[in-house]
Design a protein around this ligand. Structure first.
Ligand code: UDX
Length: 455
């Protein structure tokens, strides 16, 4: 099928590459000429496992094309997929200016029937606005007879596993009241819908809302767990034991109950705020969502507070090793990353940071540039040299089994502040390192330590 994708960002590029891979003929269009130019030269603007080869191969095979020419792009696709950004506006709502400018362009350029698909995460009611914008553009041209449908098809991919998520979606949500549009969407996604039915067809507004409800539910699980972790510390319980204890109940499940430094990224923080805003627009007070957000904001400060308490409030002139800058592993994305809140608090307190991240070093360089209180180190070991403590903000795999001897040798005072609960407190203690983590007892107070003492 001929498909046009507007917006070569995270969602647009991954979805386009995956649809090209199964044989569709995809034209990707973006207003950023430099990005288009670089993609045509084989440079992929984001780090995402598997994406580079997928784009390269399909580009070479001619199944995916990158252009800035909107007129050409509109002519190409029977399906016009909108995957442009929806940045957060000043009032917390999702800003639809890019989505609606695409709708306008389609209305201005189309010469035959189109299925317009909203893929970006957009507030309930956006499909209606897309339709109105297109109708207005068609009217200006005196071409109101040209037919089109607007379909909502939200994306659920996760950064770090975006290609795999798109290749094997656990559900494909289609919002439409048109049987013809449904048939076209079934054909588009048929390669992903072979073994069992993954397509869930519903009305447009429900599809739009499904995306927000899903992300807000997941954000709620995380904030709930973080609240329990903070409480566990005060009650002398271990949140990691509690996590396993509750996760074994299939109604709760093991996913998304990991306590830590709060959720970051491009979706959860923005979507929770946007739904709060949407609720306000219809006169509803979303008390739970407000709390989810408040807990998350407070959680991003938890490690800094522990650090400050440990050093008796005096962090000025100290240097800290920081492992992990990305908001989660397997991405270089630092949007709303807890590490940023931590680093910025350290700088405000007069401390210096020696940071290492397996993928996000360029990103950090771009965000913060050259500054005296930030050293970007080439390895995790280099970040340790002479630091007053080690801080961990992201659970990258290669942080999981470090040389504790080296950590003890390199740090000026052997102490680890772990925002991701990567280590067994007893093991760290055995290496003569003080260990502060989230929602757990300090080593020496747990069951394991008592057993060791008795032995
Ligand atoms: C999320 C949704 O999962 C995805 O379906 C949607 O399309 C976009 O938003 P993403 O932002 O890529 O995807 O990351 P995800 O893996 O969901 O993690 C989000 C944040 O929650 C991260 O900061 C992560 O560290 C945090 N998290 C996750 C926790 O703190 N604890 C957990 O148990 C799980």
């Amino acid at each position: 099928m001929n498909l046009t994708v507007f917006g070569i960002g995270y969602v647009g590029l991954v979805q386009a590459a995956v649809l090209a891979e199964v044989g569709h003929d995809v034209v990707c269009v973006d207003v950023d000429a430099a990005k288009v130019e670089r993609l045509n030269q084989g440079f992929i603007p984001i780090f995402e496992p598997g994406l580079e080869a997928l784009v390269r191969d399909n580009h070479a095979a001619g199944r995916i094309v990158f252009t800035t020419d909107a007129a050409l792009a509109v002519r190409h696709g029977e399906i016009q997929m909108i995957a442009v950004g929806t940045p957060q506006g000043e009032d917390g709502s999702a800003d639809l200016k890019y989505v609606l400018s695409v709708a306008d362009a389609i209305g201005r350029e189309m010469a035959g029937p189109k299925i317009v698909v909203t893929k970006s995460t957009v507030p309930v009611g956006t499909a209606d606005k897309v339709r109105e914008t297109m109708l207005a553009a068609l009217k200006l041209r005196g071409r109101e007879e040209l037919g089109f449908d607007v379909v909502s098809n939200p994306e659920f991919l996760k950064e770090g596993s975006a290609v795999a998520d798109c290749m094997k979606p656990d559900r494909i949500i289609i919002g439409t009241d048109s049987e013809a549009a449904e048939a076209v969407m079934r054909e588009l996604y048929a390669p992903f819908n072979r073994n069992h039915e993954k397509m869930i067809v519903m009305d447009v507004r429900s599809a739009e809302f499904t995306k927000y409800a899903a992300n807000c539910m997941l954000a709620t699980k995380i904030s709930f767990m973080n609240e329990m972790a903070n409480l566990a510390e005060l009650l002398g319980a271990d949140i990691e034991e509690v996590r396993k204890g509750i996760g074994s109940d299939p109604r709760i499940g093991y996913h998304f109950i990991y306590p830590g430094l709060g959720y970051g990224g491009s979706c959860f923080p923005k979507d929770v705020r946007a739904l709060i805003r949407t609720a306000g627009d219809v006169g509803f007070e979303p008390v739970l969502l407000h709390s989810v957000e408040a807990r998350n904001n407070a959680q991003k400060a938890v490690l800094f507070d522990k650090l400050k308490a440990h050093f008796n409030g005096d962090l000025a002139g100290k240097t800290f090793a920081l492992w992990g800058l990305a908001f989660k592993p397997n991405t270089d994305d630092m949007r709303e990353a807890p590490a940023r809140v931590l680093m910025e608090a350290l700088w405000a307190a007069g401390a210096k940071v020696q940071a290492y991240d397996p993928e996000a070093m360029n990103e950090a360089q771009q965000i913060y540039g050259q500054r005296d209180d930030l050293t970007l180190c080439g390895t995790k070991e280099a970040a340790l040299r002479g630091a007053d403590a080690l801080l961990i903000a992201t659970e990258w795999k290669n942080f999981r089994a470090p040389s504790f001897e080296l950590i003890r040798e390199q740090l000026a005072t052997p102490v680890i502040f772990d925002g991701r609960n990567l280590y067994d407190p007893a093991v760290v203690a055995r290496h003569g390192i003080k260990y502060v983590s989230i929602g757990r007892k300090a080593a020496g107070q747990g069951r394991q330590a008592k057993r060791e003492l008795a032995a």
